[in-house]
Design a protein around this ligand. Structure first.
Ligand code: AMP
Ligand code: ZN
Length: 141
């Protein structure tokens, strides 16, 4: 249910300070403590869940629904966001630093300079799309 020493479990159980946006039976949403832009919210499962593989489908659906409502609030409130990103890092290689899964709901503003960057050339044309699609289909089926 919860993990000893997990800061996000402590936030769910109101044992650590946070600027709360929303809480229900499945998820909690609060302000990211190091915001990239004005209006940077995290939506997390109430149950300690390190990664996507362990996320209950109903909880995933709620995370998305709450994220969608927060996105509308970022645009519709006085923040007047020009756009919104959903970002979810699953695994250290994807940039995950806190291993209690979380969806970043990030307000974006024209010209804010935020973006994914990759060093080196991306060789899109050399990727075997057919082969990769086949591998994925065989696991999904
Ligand atoms: P990630 O790289 O996706 O794991 O991002 C972790 C995010 O959690 C970062 O944006 C941190 O600023 C944020 N964070 C870490 N500790 C706290 C905290 N106590 N309260 C709010 N946000 C936090
Ligand atoms: Zn946790």
């Amino acid at each position: 249910m919860r993990h000893k020493d997990c800061i996000f479990c402590q936030i769910v159980h109101k044992e650590a300070n946070a600027f709360y946006i929303h809480q229900d039976d499945l998820v909690t949403a609060f302000m990211d403590i190091h915001p990239i832009n004005p209006g940077h919210v995290l939506v997390i499962p109430n149950v300690h869940t390190p990664d996507l593989a362990g996320l209950e489908a109903a909880c995933g659906a709620r995370i998305f629904t709450v994220g969608q409502r927060i996105a509308a609030a970022l645009r519709g409130s006085e923040l007047r966001a020009d756009g919104v990103n959903f970002l979810l890092a699953d695994g250290a290689a994807a940039g995950q630093e806190v291993f209690h899964l979380h969806l970043h709901v990030l307000a974006r503003y024209e010209g804010d300079g935020f973006g994914f960057r990759r060093s080196g050339q991306i060789q899109r044309e050399k990727q075997d799309l057919e082969g990769i699609a086949g591998m994925l289909r065989s696991v999904l089926e």
